[in-house]
Design a protein around this ligand. Structure first.
Ligand SMILES: NC(=O)c1ccc[n+]([C@@H]2O[C@H](COP(=O)([O-])OP(=O)(O)OC[C@H]3O[C@@H](n4cnc5c(N)ncnc54)[C@H](O)[C@@H]3O)[C@@H](O)[C@H]2O)c1
Ligand SMILES: [Zn+2]
Length: 337
């Protein structure tokens, strides 16, 4: 069965079989696929039928150098404004493909097949794309909605356990900030069950996407409400800045744990709700200890690109399914975190 979610500006997310959906959705035009070298091994059959450009792996591939290479290959292939770009991959590929498509010849149409859990519930939803400059993440990019995003849970079977868990952190985040029932579903399952039960995973992805899509629909360009999607992320970004030991999703789980502790200390959330959040994070096997000291944490937060002058919007959980956005002046950060 295919589930559809309307995002914004006519963009649609489909949850179902990628092969069948591609047959239905791809325009009768020239298609050029952008994917990565891993996917060319794990899902060669999906990529091989199309002309394709493969990019490298990891954050270092999300760079201006890669963009330059991809633009040049598109020119070599004679891609024009009628060419359709199809990104097949995780968040790195979709961020690159989205940026390339929205800038090549001032913009061509594009769509995604998302192949990681993080990509399915987060990176492919919402129309943000971009690349890193030096050590600074996502410094150049656009807001530009794909025509469609296809999410096929069967493609996630080959995903390494660590990558799957990283995506699960964003699902937990989404449940805390906006879907109590999703949170309950997660409480009633296990990591192992989620990995093998495609029907349950599809349902969980569907619910996560709906929450993100509804937040994005209210605030496409992150002027206000979209900030709530940053739950756990201020601490996560600080961790990622100070150590490379944790992936983004792993850092988000630590961030969720500690921002919940802070909310509890301030009596913004009940003991019971905070305990439920702590238990879920622990059950899925995430590390929870803060890997950096207090001073490193505060310094990194003060340098965050999302700061607002000498203050920072911090999102606190207030119950399961709701959060509060508070602007915290830097001088209060220390006592609050
Ligand atoms: N644009 C946005 O709104 C947004 C939101 C969240 C994250 N992001 C970005 O997403 C990126 C992270 O995305 P990610 O976690 O998907 O990382 P990723 O794209 O690097 O994928 C993780 C790894 O898994 C491999 N892989 C992908 N699909 C696979 C599959 N089905 N089977 C086996 N291996 C597979 C990839 O080759 C890669 O090595 C970050 O750069 C982040 O900034 C963007
Ligand atoms: Zn994130």
């Amino acid at each position: 069965m295919v589930e559809q979610i309307e995002v914004t500006g006519g963009s649609r997310i489909y949850i179902g079989c990628a092969d069948e959906l591609l047959k239905e959705l791809l325009p009768q035009r020239r298609i050029i696929v952008i994917s990565d070298t891993n996917l060319d091994r794990t899902h060669h059959d999906l990529i091989a039928p199309y002309e394709h450009i493969l990019v490298g792996l990891g954050e270092q591939a999300k760079s201006l150098v890669t963009l330059d290479e991809v633009y040049r290959k598109l020119i070599e292939l004679g891609a024009d404004r009628s060419t359709f770009i199809l990104g097949i991959g995780g968040g790195i590929v979709t961020d690159i493909a989205g940026f390339v498509a929205s800038t090549y010849m001032r913009g061509v149409e594009f769509g995604f097949v998302t192949t990681t859990l993080l990509g399915s519930v987060d990176a492919s939803v919402g129309g943000k794309n971009g690349v890193n400059i030096g050590g600074f993440k996502n410094m150049v990019g656009t807001f530009s909605q794909p025509k469609f995003v296809i999410c096929d849970v069967a493609l996630l079977h080959t995903l390494p356990e660590r990558e799957f868990r990283a995506g699960l952190a964003e699902v937990v985040k989404t449940a805390i900030l906006g879907d109590k029932e999703l949170f309950e579903m997660l409480e009633q399952t296990s990591f192992e069950e989620l990995r093998k039960n495609d029907e349950l995973l599809s349902e969980i992805i569907l619910r996560s996407v709906k929450v993100k899509a509804s937040v994005v629909a209210e605030d496409e360009r992150e002027g206000g409400r979209r900030r709530i999607l940053n739950l756990g992320h201020t601490i996560a970004h600080a961790i990622e800045k100070c150590t490379s030991k944790f992936s983004h999703g792993e850092a988000v789980a630590i961030g969720l744990f500690h921002i919940t502790s802070s909310a509890l200390a301030q009596k913004m959330i009940t003991n019971n709700d905070a305990e439920r959040i702590f238990s879920l994070i622990e059950k899925f096997g995430f590390a929870t200890e803060l890997p950096i000291d207090h001073k490193q944490l505060l310094d990194a937060i003060k340098g965050d690109k999302k700061r607002s002058g000498n203050a920072m919007h911090i999102i606190f959980p207030t119950t399961i399914g709701a959060v509060e956005d508070r602007l915290i002046p830097f001088e209060e950060l220390e006592s609050i975190l």
